[in-house]
Design a protein around this ligand. Structure first.
Ligand code: ATP
Length: 242
């Protein structure tokens, strides 16, 4: 039996929206340590709104949101310490190197981490050694994501949120990125990934949820050797056979 306190990311019966416009209609989403959850849905379904809840940018009208047991609205600073967020386009200090970015961003987060730990995190994130001291201004999207993942690794956060991480990545970079998520999963990080990339979700996720007009209409799980049936997923998601 999974107890509510076991979840790193928890949204229970959440109703949320903007002004008097309700977007999420009793959302239930629960993610365990070491689990990768891919949230799919059409444009405007409420995926980014869901991320905003966990990030404390948006308060639920009713229901409960927790990050590692902490309310992201009333205990914002503590919730933020437990979470890393990688937006579609990672914002970095363009004139600083990869090493300097991670060191500076750790400093801003009040985390004292040795240069060795930073280097290990950059290496674990798959950044080539010769890029450590290069200015990130010339980095590709994939390289920028690696810097952001290295930061999450160095911070040892229990929760990682990703918005459209594979959009604009070529197939090789996507595969490499998914391998990286696997590394984080092994370290027990709970990962929530918002995506339109069904293939990538089927490749890496443990569970896939379909959001339709603010309702989680279906959830499918991969079990052991039984990975997802991509054709069936596509039929449900896009409404026609591949
Ligand atoms: P996409 O795939 O296009 O990113 P999404 O599933 O992430 O879509 P959301 O960005 O969560 O969808 O938006 C859900 C609904 O909420 C949309 O109708 C959108 O117009 C509306 N919305 C989003 N942000 C705001 C805001 N700040 N104020 C008012 N309405 C908003």
């Amino acid at each position: 039996m999974t107890a509510p306190s076991d979840y790193v990311l928890e949204a229970s019966a959440v109703v949320a929206g903007y002004g008097n416009k309700t977007i999420l209609q009793r959302l239930d989403l629960h993610i365990l340590p070491g689990e990768i959850y891919a949230l799919l849905g059409a444009n405007g379904a409420g995926k980014t709104t869901t991320l905003s809840l966990f990030l404390g940018f948006l308060a639920p009208q009713t229901g409960r949101v927790r990050v590692q047991g902490v309310d992201p609205i009333t205990q914002a600073a503590e919730a933020r310490r437990n979470i890393a967020y990688i937006p579609e386009n990672v914002a970095l200090y363009e004139h600083l190197s990869a090493r300097e970015n991670v060191a500076y961003l750790l400093d801003l987060a009040d985390q004292n981490v040795s240069q060795d730990t930073i280097d290990q995190a950059l290496a674990a994130a798959g950044l080539a050694q010769d890029a450590f001291d290069r200015r990130v201004g010339g980095f590709s999207k994939g390289m920028r994501q690696k810097v952001a993942i290295a930061l999450a690794l160095a911070r040892k956060v229990p929760a990682l949120l990703l918005d459209e991480p594979t959009s604009g990545l070529d197939p090789q970079a996507t595969t490499e990125f998914n391998r990286l998520l696997g590394v984080l999963r092994e370290q027990g990080v709970a990962i929530l990934m918002v995506t339109h990339d069904l293939l990538s979700a089927a490749d890496v996720a443990d569970r896939i949820g379909f959001l339709d007009a603010g309702r989680l209409v279906e959830e499918v799980a991969a079990t052991g050797v039984d990975r997802f049936d991509v054709r069936a997923l596509h039929r449900r998601y896009a409404g026609y056979e591949l």
